[in-house]
Write a protein that binds this ligand. Structure first.
Ligand code: AMP
Length: 282
């Protein structure tokens, strides 16, 4: 497995692969890998001749009061996990390499980034789309893999790729969960034992919403209020948002019908966790 730390050699490696008729799959990550990340890498290995994974904690997507400095990292561990499953190359650049000074160019997807996580994390998606655009230019893959775990991110990236005529297919894969339902996340490592127990309430609230809707409830506000009541039973939780939205426009839906995305962000102690569920309602 190659480890490439600069953009230029990465571009050359990828160009060589393409020139020799290899299809290239790409999985961007911030490292501290878990089964959620590996599910994307495995799918890429299956669907492409060569698979490239990036490990880069992108400073541009963290707000000034967010967890950039303490974001978990362990490259040796990531490297071993990726080697074991047959990854062809890892792109592991520094922030200095990615944002060479003076840096002036950003990619901004409008509208879709105002709601949900965009509201409480101003500038976050501008950081995400900028780094993903750069990574796609550097790696030049045929297919790029993202997780439904970050539902809004996947939608925003798909829009960016379409709007900018990027020559890549964006694929979004299902959420991988722990056995008790908690969506896997690098940030779960912040949780104390008590918080780890409380954190299952995110998924439980989604299951509650699903049951209410299956039983015929069609009022978003009623479903959201029941979800809020369940989450509030955990006294450490602070709710950032719970929303039911159109999965394409991310606009709130009053009456539940057709495809809906139920999404939430909750602070468990100081850790902000997100989860979501996509439903088709007849
Ligand atoms: P991150 O390292 O958190 O930036 O995540 C890198 C990619 O892995 C993103 O496309 C995430 O949506 C995806 N991902 C993270 N957690 C999960 C999960 N539990 N299931 C599926 N995909 C995930």
């Amino acid at each position: 497995m190659r480890i490439i730390k600069s953009a230029n050699p990465m571009q050359k490696y990828s160009n060589r692969l393409k020139a020799t008729n290899n299809s290239v799959g790409f999985v961007p990550t911030m490292g501290y890998l878990h089964e959620g990340h590996l599910s994307l890498v495995r799918r890429s290995l299956k669907e492409n001749d060569k698979t490239i994974v990036s490990v880069f904690i992108n400073p541009a997507q963290f707000g000034p009061r967010e967890d950039l400095a303490k974001y978990p990292r362990d490259f040796k561990r990531d490297e071993n996990m990726l080697r074991k499953i047959g990854t062809d190359a890892v792109f592991y650049p520094t922030a200095k390499e990615m944002y060479q000074k003076p840096y002036h160019t950003y990619v901004d997807v409008e509208c879709l980034t105002d709601a949900l996580c965009g509201r409480s994390r101003p500038g976050h998606f501008r950081g995400v789309t900028t780094v993903v655009a750069k990574l796609l230019n550097i790696v030049n893959p045929d297919n790029a893999y993202f997780g439904q775990k970050d539902a809004q991110q996947a939608i925003v990236i798909e829009k960016m790729a379409n709007d900018l005529n990027m020559n890549v297919k964006i694929k979004t894969l299902p959420i991988v969960r722990e056995t008790d339902g908690l969506a896997m996340s690098s940030r779960n490592s912040y949780l104390s034992k008590k918080e780890r127990g409380d954190a299952t309430v995110l998924h439980k609230s989604l299951l509650l919403a699903k049951t209410m809707i299956r039983k015929g409830e069609r009022s978003s506000i009623k479903v959201i209020n029941m979800m809020k009541a369940l989450v509030r039973q955990k006294n450490v939780s602070q709710i950032d948002y719970i929303a039911i939205v159109n999965p394409e426009t991310l606009k709130p839906i009053k009456t539940i019908h057709g495809q809906v995305l139920i999404a939430l962000a909750v602070y468990i102690g100081k850790t902000r966790l997100i989860d979501n569920l996509k439903l088709k309602v007849r």
